[in-house]
Design a protein around this ligand. Structure first.
Ligand code: UD1
Ligand code: CA
Length: 450
């Protein structure tokens, strides 16, 4: 198999986003659009990935450099069209003789299978492979002009198209596969003699046909090639991702009673036989194992949930929450950087941060791990089978031994030994008849004043 490289076009200005942030750094499903393209390039085996950026996109250059080092971006200055943008990546790919895939930085939902199919066309002898789709409204998209024999003859931009060509509904997604040598050789012959006065990447199809090479179209769904130019389109891309992911998870054996109200991140892993109730949001980094229940109105990010655990309703799992098998995290419980042991329970109203909770421990309502002194964070460790009475404040660093009890309403500042009872509260006293005397006295006082 020839080596593979990707060129990701991201030098457009993205003015319609009305944002200080470069367009391709806006997230879809918790991951920036350019990272979607980079991830796609990696998944199809591209060893070299060059992102074409505009000269003033410092944040974007640094973002790409953080992933791949300084040679990962090429500057296009000024932007003279998609063909010109690809040429800007030529020197970064000098010496590369394999297959190139051109991707856009603002088109996040392309399936890897579509790109693999394009590379397959090259391996089967095609000179150029283009990813196309049947558009509901072809509008401004480039049209794919095909011949009867399934051959792609040319791509015509809407502005340059004839009335007949405008009726074609098979459109260009922008994704194109070409061997590097042919790509840069043909691009050198592309002119800007067209309505937009731009150097069109799409012109290489006609040039490849003129030199006798075959050009092939691979198709995918319109929703998979949705490009983002505005906040409204960003929201549409998000919605398209969510619709696709919900469908995949339902097919994979996840139960959702109202899937349209459940939101996933790009990397959410939900195993078969998980139940997800309505109105649940998954941020990045969540893995939920089989048989777990995620109940309504819960928010999870950076969390692991083991088999048969039950989360919510109204629970919040933050990064580093690890909820053990059959454990229960109930309403208004927040868990951060804390391992909750097998079968342990925190059913109501608690903050569990920077801790470790043993198997079958019971954390009462209103328990707070006081983990922070304004400067540093400290650990709270609770042993197996320990019982923390309601409304206890555990001032970290602190350890509660296996099987120990903490009395309700305690403020615990010292370690508690295994199987002990710790009380950290004022002792209750009682004054018989006090209330009667108080009322009599106060009533007399009030009467003397009126
Ligand atoms: C392009 C295609 C069109 C296709 C459509 C799909 C061409 C000539 N046209 O049109 O056939 O249907 O995409 O969305 O290729 N970019 C640069 N530098 C430039 C110009 C563009 O980096 O000088 C980048 C943009 O940031 C963007 C991508 O290339 O990521 C596409 O550019 P855009 O101007 O949106 O192309 P379209 O005119 O929509
Ligand atoms: Ca566009």
């Amino acid at each position: 198999m020839p080596e593979r490289a990707a060129i990701i076009l991201a030098a457009g200005q993205g003015t319609r986003m009305k944002s200080a942030l470069p367009k391709v750094l806006h997230p879809v499903a918790g991951r920036s659009m350019v990272d979607w393209s980079i991830d796609l390039a990696r998944r199809v085996g591209c060893q070299r990935i060059v992102t074409v950026i505009s000269p003033n996109a410092n944040v974007l250059r640094e973002h790409v450099a953080a992933a791949f080092g300084d040679n990962a971006s090429a500057v296009q200055d000024p932007p003279l069209g998609t063909g010109h943008a690809v040429q800007a990546a030529e020197s970064a790919l000098s010496g590369f003789a394999g297959d190139v895939i051109v991707l856009y930085g603002d088109t996040p939902l392309i399936p890897a299978s579509a790109v693999e199919a394009l590379f397959d066309e090259l391996e089967a002898g095609a000179g150029v492979g283009v990813l196309g789709f049947e558009a509901d409204e072809p509008g401004a998209y480039g049209r794919l002009v095909t011949s009867g024999a399934g051959e792609l003859e040319a791509i015509v931009e809407a502005k340059d198209a004839s009335a007949d060509e405008l009726r074609i509904r098979l459109c260009n997604s922008g994704v194109m596969a070409v061997r590097a040598e042919r790509l840069f050789r043909l691009l050198a012959n592309v002119t800007n003699d067209n309505k937009k006065g731009e150097y069109y990447l799409t012109d290489i199809v006609g040039l490849a046909r003129a030199e006798g090479a075959s050009c092939k179209v691979v198709t995918c769904r319109e929703a998979d090639v949705m490009g983002v130019n505005s906040r409204a389109e960003l929201a549409r891309a998000e919605a398209a991702f969510q619709t696709r992911r919900r469908g995949e998870l339902l097919d994979a054996g996840v139960t959702m009673t109202a899937p349209e109200t459940v939101f996933f991140a790009y990397d959410t892993i939900i195993e078969p036989d998980v139940l997800i109730e309505p109105n649940v949001v998954f941020g990045p980094g969540v893995h939920v194992r089989g048989g777990a229940k995620i109940r309504a109105f819960s928010h999870l990010e950076g969390a692991n949930v083991e088999e048969l655990a039950e989360i919510g309703p109204y629970a919040r799992l933050r990064p580093g929450a690890h909820i053990g098998e059959s454990a229960r995290i109930g309403n208004f419980v927040e868990v951060k950087k804390t391992r909750v042991g097998k079968g342990a329970k925190a059913n109501h109203l608690a903050y569990l941060g920077d801790g470790d909770i043993g198997q079958n421990a019971n954390i009462g309502a209103g328990t707070i791990f006081c983990n922070y002194d304004g400067f540093l964070k400290y650990q709270t460790r609770i042993g197996d089978n320990a019982f923390i009475g309601s409304n206890s404040a555990l001032v970290a660093p602190v350890r509660i031994g296996n099987g120990a009890y903490v009395a309700s309403g305690s403020v615990i500042t010292e370690n508690v030994s295994a199987d002990a009872l710790a009380l950290g509260r004022g002792r209750q006293t009682e004054k018989p008849g006090w209330a009667t005397n108080f009322r009599t006295q106060k009533a007399a006082e009030k009467a003397s004043k009126t």
